[in-house]
Design a binder for this molecule. Sequence first.
Ligand SMILES: *Cc1c(COP(=O)(O)O)cnc(C)c1O
Length: 373
Amino acid sequence: MKSIPLLDLQKQYLSIKKEIKGSIDEVFNKGRFILGDNVCKLEEEIARYCGAKHAVGVASGTDALELSLAALNIGRGDEVITTPYTFVATTESICKVGARPVFVDIDEKTYNIDPRKVEKKINKKTKAIIPVHLYGQTCDMAPIMKLARKYNLRVIEDTAQSMGAEYKGKKAGSFGDTGTFSFFPSKNLGGYGDGGMIITNNRKIYNTLRNLRSHGCKKKYYHLINGYNSRLDEIQAAVLRVKLRYLGDWNDAREKNAQYYNLLFKDLTDKCIIPFKPEENKHVYCLYTIRASLRNKLSVYLKTKSISSAIYYPIPLHLQKVYKYLDYKKGSMPVSEKVSRDILSLPMYPELTKSEQERVVTEIANFYRKAAK
Ligand SMILES: *Cc1c(COP(=O)(O)O)cnc(C)c1O
């Protein structure tokens, strides 16, 4: 039986092999490996794609968050509101600059931060909100931006999983002070290694970010602020420029695949909850994530049928050992805790075929039929 992976990067590579090899070879020939033309052009192209004025390439999505916080002067003594239902990088960056993460539970339908629960957590120490656009669709940004204006808070959009997603016709990442992206290979726009990008409409933030990523200097060896070594690699930028040209098509293919999954799940609605997409959202399905009864057993069963699945995320951040000092108790984020017990991501990538999707859902149906006996 042919296995169905969660993501198939080999298939994608084979479809663009010639272009990728050509662009990498060009970098090798030129011999400029740090902040060359490709980084510069990719920044322009991504800013344009996202409808933002500026973009700054950095070493990873995690660094994109940390440099954003640093550029906005957030640090010791400050609080930053975010979701406990995200990858740890979101809160890692908050802690790295010396600030304290404050968790707000998620909405049970979208799995994104629940804007209705944010205001209660705002106090004098609150400096920023980091909404995370999980699985490929944006948070409900209108009420978040409204709160940010009311309390003069900064907004950093963690858009690592949602490049190309839209909210009311506007691209994810372009609402806040900055929007951060990751080029980790498994993201919708993935490199062949680590990489990240920050977009902003604010010229001052843009200039600060450019200094921060390169040891705090504008002119070489004239250091203005304490900076980082966090640059997007020229080779990765060359790869990503090729891939960016296909991102729209790939995201559309993911959307089509999601719609087909939704159709296939029609007879399983008593066992599985399919992704919910509000009307105003364009979802780019970085992951196709369902909630499934008997989740753990189902996942093991699928594995025996050579079908991959994954749990994003098994333990919400407020219950992780590393955040014990924040003193959140079990039961304090009930929706995140509930969702973490039955969430399951299924194979999803542009090249996934209809027959593969049929096999995935047929096996899920088989599992529940056998479990009922
Ligand atoms: C992947 C991811 C990141 C981190 O990106 P890296 O490039 O791996 O550092 C941050 N936040 C979220 C939500 C992610 O999914």
